[in-house]
Ligand binder design. Sequence first.
Ligand code: GYE
Length: 313
Amino acid sequence: SGEDTHALPGSAEDNLIVVGFSQVGAESEWRVTNTENIKSVLSEENGYMLIFDDARQEQENQIRAIRMFIQQDVDYIVFSPKVETGWNAILLEAKEAGIPVIVIDRYIERQDEDLYTAYVGSDFYKEGELAVKWLEDFLEEQGRANEPIRIVHIQGTIGSTPQLGRTVPLENAVKRHPNWVIAAQECGDFTKAKSYEVMSSILKRTTDIDVVYCENDGEALGAIAALEEAGLKCNPEDGVIVISFDATRLGLEYTLAGKIALNVECNPLQGPYVDKVIKKLERGEPVDRINYVDETYFDYRTITREMIDSRGY
Ligand code: GYE
């Protein structure tokens, strides 16, 4: 009829699935890869219109972004909660508006579980348990099972699921092993800079350190820089045993060099899983509530150049 010069009903644009995605920030390599992956999978050519918001590490910004997505009446809300608590009110608003919420990466506290449709991410407790078990086995193999083991623990963002999942198994192990002691425990905020800073100040108090347990690769890199500056060797056999999580490309280079003894993978490629969940919901099919991504780990003794080069990120 020529009356409407705007988007025609039934045009490709109208059929796009509108997704609002609230990301925590850009604190680590892991996070940057995660953002890129979600953006590339939830693309227009794949049938989506993505509204992206970076909360810059502020929960308030995430709540504001989610409220904006509700006002814009998006089809789905995807978000990575900075910490586990404080989401009840905003998720109720989304529920009342009838907008399905897909939680990715980190979890929210159990009492709010019926306020989201599906979760896609990692089993962080399993990651922590794997790391602790590896350390037990390694010390045993080295004949150090009964020697005093002094551990520096650099934690991630306090109250976030990866921090909790990677911290609790270590603290439990320290309770089980009378010869293990936490020599220092500080928050490194999942960043290289903060970890370098806290590790440097710990080293002014003590250099009697057997293990540095970092909760991501950025923290491991910062801690290693501080340790080496203080003249300590990061070498699992006759120096400090550094443990890390994420298995980013750079983290794996450090693992190949033996500076990181164990690197537990945390897979940031969550886009394809989110896409699968949304497409199922679009077809009216049931979805699994909890969707864990595939993960592995890298030991400095068995990692190879080929393993690093053949990875998808
Ligand atoms: O391990 C860390 C990031 O939530 C799994 O956050 C994520 C963690 C990841 O900053 O590098």
